[in-house]
Design a protein around this ligand. Structure first.
Ligand code: PRP
Ligand code: ZN
Ligand code: MG
Length: 225
């Protein structure tokens, strides 16, 4: 790969991590010039640029070296990490810091009227999710045989559509579950925003830049708690 003298951070284009992520960078002394399409933001105070992408693409962008660092939910990172391990590969990305925002949990939910008697309640059912690896892992650990139905979005409506009897999705305020007459019955993974980076060391001028950024982030995160 060609040497680079600027650092590139991948962040979520729109969604609940995008605003707090930008605030964290601002408080770390970084400022950006927005491009017309708003997908690339040029770093003005430091040679650190932003790429605005879909959150699910962030670990892959880091693994392939297109971006150097990223802000992403631990849920996304762990789902992809499990996928890599299952495929017999060593993940090329790693969690570098917990960022203290974007707290949420990945939970199993059932239609409100349905009884819950522990994980075995799910035996033989279809469970809709966008996190098939995290769900399969949890089912295996709990000795439950169920069918995992993978959907990329709108998981909450799967029971009403007759596509599944249960769901496994992210819960933050719980408003989405309530609006869909679903009841959270088990938390399978706790998540928050994290800083992701390569599992190997940086090269060229990015070593010093990443070092500087991490020190600034640590300063801001320490002030916070
Ligand atoms: C998640 C999840 C639910 C919603 C739950 O989606 O899929 O739709 O948040 O939040 P609530 O409990 O506060 O209602 P999100 O938009 O965060 O991510 P996604 O677009 O990547 O699915
Ligand atoms: Zn997403
Ligand atoms: Mg959603």
């Amino acid at each position: 790969m060609k040497p680079r003298d600027r650092l590139r951070i991948a962040t979520q284009k729109s969604g609940r991590l995008s605003q707090p992520g930008r605030e964290l960078l601002t408080r770390s002394g970084l400022s950006f010039r927005e491009s017309r399409d708003r997908l690339f933001c040029f770093g003005e105070t430091l040679p650190i640029d932003l790429l605005l992408v879909r959150d699910d693409d962030i670990p892959g962008l880091i693994a392939e070296g297109t971006c150097d660092l990223g802000f992403v939910g631990r849920n996304v990172l762990e789902e992809l990490r499990l996928g890599e391990l299952r495929a017999g590969r060593v993940p090329a990305f790693a969690e570098l810091r917990a960022l203290g925002f974007g707290q949420c949990r990945l939970s199993i939910a059932l239609p409100q009227e349905q009884a819950w008697n522990g994980p075995q309640t799910l035996a033989g059912l279809r469970i809709a999710t966008s996190y098939p690896n995290l769900l399969a892992d949890w089912l295996e650990k709990n000795g439950v045989e169920a069918e995992v139905v993978t959907l990329s979005g709108s998981v909450e409506i799967a029971p009403r559509l007759g596509k599944a009897e249960a769901i496994c999705d992210l819960v933050s305020s719980g408003a989405t579950l309530a609006a869909n007459q679903l009841r959270e019955v088990a938390v399978i993974f706790e998540s928050e925003a994290v800083l992701v980076g390569p599992s190997t060391a940086f090269v060229d001028e990015r070593i010093a830049l990443a070092d500087l950024l991490l020190r600034r982030l640590d300063g801001v995160l320490k002030v916070r708690d």
